[in-house]
Design a binder for this molecule. Structure first.
Ligand SMILES: [Cu+2]
Length: 128
């Protein structure tokens, strides 16, 4: 059963233009991408996510003062308490570069890089 579900998920994820996760509803396990605020910088500065996929960005503030993850293009604004971690959902997005910054320290910046979707896998046996 688990094997089947994984295979189906892989096929859906590989289908061009398909949103695999919306088909699974609320219980869908979203891909998680971790981002840290460390010594006045985002680490990594350019996290990468796949195109057209909803992703859970887990942002940890390792500093001693609060930060605010903000992005105009992503329409996101979220306070990250000192020592805390928040989840910010992004996507599905088209390939490209989406800048973000710490609104409490504007010099602290990063770019979310959305990679082009991988080429659709050709199913073995040529079904469909
Ligand atoms: Cu703000």
């Amino acid at each position: 059963m688990t094997r089947r579900v994984l295979l189906l998920t892989a096929l859906l994820a590989a289908a061009p233009g398909a949103s695999a996760f919306s088909l699974w509803g609320r219980s869908a396990p979203l891909p998680v991408v971790r981002l840290a605020l460390k010594d006045g910088a985002f680490v990594p500065a350019s996290p990468r996510i796949p195109a057209r996929t909803k992703v859970r960005l887990l942002i940890s503030n390792e500093g001693a003062v609060p930060a605010e993850f903000e992005s105009f293009v992503l329409h996101r604004e979220q306070i990250v308490p000192a020592g805390g971690t928040v989840a910010v959902f992004v996507g599905p997005l088209e390939p490209g570069a989406y800048p973000f910054f710490d609104d409490f320290r504007r010099a602290t910046k990063g770019t979310l890089v959305v990679d082009a979707a991988p080429a659709p896998a050709s199913p073995k046996g040529g079904a469909r």
